[in-house]
Design a protein around this ligand. Structure first.
Ligand code: GLA
Length: 359
C-alpha cells in the first residue's frame, strides 16, 4: 500500500529546489501483485471494467495512456535503471480520491514500485523508490511535477510531517501528534477540478525557471529574502508574484518546522493562512471553491486554512480544535450550497506511514 498526502505548507517550492512539509495521510492505494513469466503487465482496477495490458519489453515513454501509465511507467523506469524485472498481475483498490489534489498518482506509483521491487527482489530502499516513481511520472507519464508527492508517499511516518529539502533531499521527521494537542487537520475536497491544471502547472514552472535564469540563479531557492525586493524590481509583473511566492513560502516552511519542533501546533495555523493568501494572489493557483473553503473554515473558527497540492481545484486543509470540526464542516458545506458549488467531502486526515507491505 502507499498513501496519499496533504502538504502542510511549502506549495510549488519543490521544483524550485525549496522546502516542503507534507504528511502521508490515512487514505491509500492498496494493491495485490503476483509475478508473471511472460513479460506482460496486467493491471486490474476495481474502478475500471477492463484491465490495462502492456508488454514490458515494448514500453516507451508515453506508450501507455490513462491510469495504467502510472504502473507501466514504474516498470519502464525500473528497466531504465537496469533492474531485472518481469511481468506482473496487479489488482488495485484504494480510497485516495483521484483529481482531489491528494497525490493519488504518486500513491499508485509508489505502491507499484514497492510491489515490483519486492516481487523481483530489486533491493531499493524508500528514498530510491520515491525517486524512481518520480522519474516514471516525469519521463514516462510526462507530468513535470516535483518530488514532494512521491517522497511523502514513500517516506511518510505516522504522527509526523516530513520536512524535506528538495534540493539536497535531506529530510527530517517532525512531530505532528495533533490529537494529543486536541487538534485535527480537516481535508476539504472541493470536488472541483480544472481541465487546464496540467498546462497551468507547467506554465508556473516555466515562469519560475525563466525568472531564475534572468536573475542568474540555478533555482529560485537560491534567492535570499533579503535580496527579494531588489530582484523583483527587475522582473515583469507576472513573475514578480511567482518569485515572491516561492521565496516567502520557503520561509513559511522553516517557520512551521520550528513551531512543530516546539510542539506549538496551534501556532502553525496563521502560517497556513498566510500561505493561502500568497498562493491566491501571487501564485494565482487558487479557485473560487478553494477560497470559499478557506474563508468559511476560518470564519467558523479554524486556526488556519489553505489550499493543498497544485491548486486550481482539488482540496484545502483546515487546522481546527477538535471541538470546532463540526462547525467548520457545517459552515463550509453551507457556503458551498449557497454558491451552487458541489457538495464538498470533508474528512480528518491523520499523519500515517508511507508505502509498506501489508500482506
Ligand atoms: C503537485 C506536484 C508536486 C508539487 C505540488 C505543488 O502535487 O506533483 O510536485 O509541485 O503540485 O506544491
Amino acid at each position: 500500500m502507499a498513501p496519499g498526502r496533504v502538504n502542510l505548507v511549502g506549495e510549488h517550492t519543490d521544483y524550485n529546489g525549496g522546502y516542503v512539509l507534507p504528511l502521508a495521510i490515512d487514505r491509500a492505494v492498496v494493491l495485490a501483485a503476483a509475478r508473471r513469466d511472460d513479460g506482460v503487465l496486467r493491471i486490474w482496477s476495481q474502478q475500471e471494467d477492463e484491465p490495462a495490458l502492456s508488454s514490458i519489453d515494448e514500453l516507451e515513454a508515453g506508450s501507455v495512456k490513462g491510469w495504467g501509465a502510472y504502473v507501466a511507467g514504474v516498470a519502464w523506469a525500473m528497466r531504465a535503471v537496469g533492474a531485472r524485472i518481469g511481468g506482473a498481475d496487479i489488482v488495485l483498490s484504494g480510497n485516495v480520491p483521484p483529481g482531489a489534489g491528494l497525490a493519488s498518482s504518486a500513491a499508485l506509483e509508489c505502491a507499484a514500485t514497492l510491489a515490483l521491487n519486492d516481487l523481483y527482489s530489486v533491493g531499493m530502499g524508500p528514498e530510491e523508490r520515491a525517486l524512481l516513481a518520480h522519474r516514471a511520472e516525469n519521463d514516462f507519464v510526462g507530468v513535470p511535477c516535483g518530488v514532494m508527492d512521491q517522497m511523502a508517499a514513500s517516506l511518510g511516518r505516522a504522527g509526523h510531517a516530513l520536512f524535506l529539502d528538495t534540493r539536497s533531499l535531506a529530510s527530517e521527521q517532525v512531530p505532528l501528534d495533533l490529537a494529543a494537542a486536541g487538534l485535527a487537520l480537516l481535508v476539504i475536497d472541493t470536488g472541483s477540478g480544472h481541465a487546464l491544471v496540467e498546462g497551468e502547472y507547467a506554465d508556473r514552472r516555466a515562469d519560475c525557471e525563466s525568472a531564475a535564469y534572468e536573475l542568474g540563479l540555478a533555482v529560485l531557492r537560491d534567492l535570499r529574502s533579503e535580496e527579494l525586493e531588489e530582484a523583483l524590481a527587475t522582473l515583469d509583473d507576472e513573475r514578480v508574484g511567482r518569485v515572491r511566492h516561492v521565496v516567502t513560502e520557503n520561509g513559511r516552511v522553516l517557520e512551521a518546522v520550528d513551531l512543530l519542533r516546539a510542539q506549538r501546533f496551534a501556532d502553525v495555523g496563521p502560517v497556513l493562512t498566510a500561505s493561502h493568501a500568497s498562493l491566491r494572489k501571487d501564485y494565482a493557483v487558487s479557485s473560487p471553491e478553494l477560497d470559499a473553503a478557506v474563508d468559511f473554515a476560518l470564519l467558523a473558527g479554524a486556526l488556519g486554512a489553505r489550499m493543498t497540492g497544485a491548486g486550481l481545484g482539488g482540496s484545502a486543509i483546515a487546522l481546527v480544535e477538535v471541538g470546532a470540526a463540526h462547525d467548520v464542516t457545517a459552515a463550509v458545506t453551507a457556503a458551498f450550497a449557497e454558491r451552487g458549488f458541489g457538495t464538498p467531502e470533508i474528512f480528518p486526515a491523520v499523519a500515517s506511514d508511507g508505502a509498506h507491505r501489508i500482506g
